[in-house]
Design a protein around this ligand. Sequence first.
Ligand SMILES: NC(=O)c1ccc[n+]([C@@H]2O[C@H](COP(=O)([O-])OP(=O)(O)OC[C@H]3O[C@@H](n4cnc5c(N)ncnc54)[C@H](OP(=O)(O)O)[C@@H]3O)[C@@H](O)[C@H]2O)c1
Length: 347
Amino acid sequence: MVKLFINGYGNIGRRLASAFDLDREIDLVGIAKYKPDERAKEAISKGYKLFIPRSIEREFKNNKLEFTGFLEDAIRESDIVIDASKEGLGYQNKRKLYLPLKKMAIFQGGEDREGKYSVADIIHNSRVNYNKVIGKSYVIQGSCNVSGMGRVIQPLIDHFGDRIIRYDVTLIRRWADLEDLNEVKDSIQWDKSPHHQDDVKDFIPNIKLYVDAYKVPSRMMHLHQMAIRFKDKAPTKNEVLEIFENEFGVSILNSAKGTADIRKKALEMGFLHGDTNMIHIHQEVMRSQDDILKISYSDDQTGMVIPENHLLVQSLLFKKPRKKALLHTDKIFDLSKKKKVLEEEFK
Ligand SMILES: NC(=O)c1ccc[n+]([C@@H]2O[C@H](COP(=O)([O-])OP(=O)(O)OC[C@H]3O[C@@H](n4cnc5c(N)ncnc54)[C@H](OP(=O)(O)O)[C@@H]3O)[C@@H](O)[C@H]2O)c1
């Protein structure tokens, strides 16, 4: 059995722990906590073993919080670490822990792929380069927006690639996650240089992709509007929807009024953590006009990357064929069932 440790227990780490804990092919060694807070208590109540940095041993003891050991103990015992730390801390963790202890690690989308603080030389997207991560020691799992874009662009390339000139994407990003305590400011903010464009080009080189990103006061998912320019007449709406019907982690909805409708349905249906774990194409606002196709889809920010990390582990450690891995991931996350529920509710 593969031994896996999750370094960080925030919005992403908690979800990773729930998923890998359900997987019988994985032995979850434990999770790392850096503060003796309510989340630490939650992790203990769920039966996870807690590992902490040596420097905060006293704080944990003063708060009477049980822990199993220190970070190094867990990492030494594990075959792989999933780093789910606060954005930008992955580099320091790699230098101080994973490299000296010679451990493989998966980093999240907030880490650098290029430059001085680069943590890995590849960004994974299960729809595009699932097999290419085999043999690597360090891999970045693309962020939720980057994962969503790969999931839409690759099927378009497979079916219409030689007819497409360029992709222009406007990302409308949520301000904070549901569980975040920070204020959602009443403002629309722009991003001078969104990282998403370069990240996607990392696994789809030579693509003509232009991304603008805006942050809006919402906690309910991201929305992407993708405009695809064709050399000639763009394909019809039906031709496009057909190619996405059986795509993994893609649902096609017709009557949701906004992202909150989908999130609320997920919560009402008791989906774990309120996640749909997928993107939702909104067919009622899809347009095919002259040489331009416009696709709008919402992207479950926190849920999207969890099955992606799960697939990445199956490629990196088990070298499983993609089809087999998709079946396994589908079972763990109940993705097909969730898709059915959402498509029925918003038909
Ligand atoms: N949130 C999303 O929707 C989303 C989606 C896709 C990708 N991501 C990426 O996933 C990563 C994690 O995001 P998040 O939203 O889960 O962040 P988060 O909620 O702020 O959680 C960060 C976690 O990191 C822990 N931590 C602090 N110092 C650490 C260290 N040195 N090493 C490891 N962990 C440390 C914190 O522990 P304590 O709680 O004990 O302080 C906390 O549990 C980021 O790279 C982010 O860009 C996030």
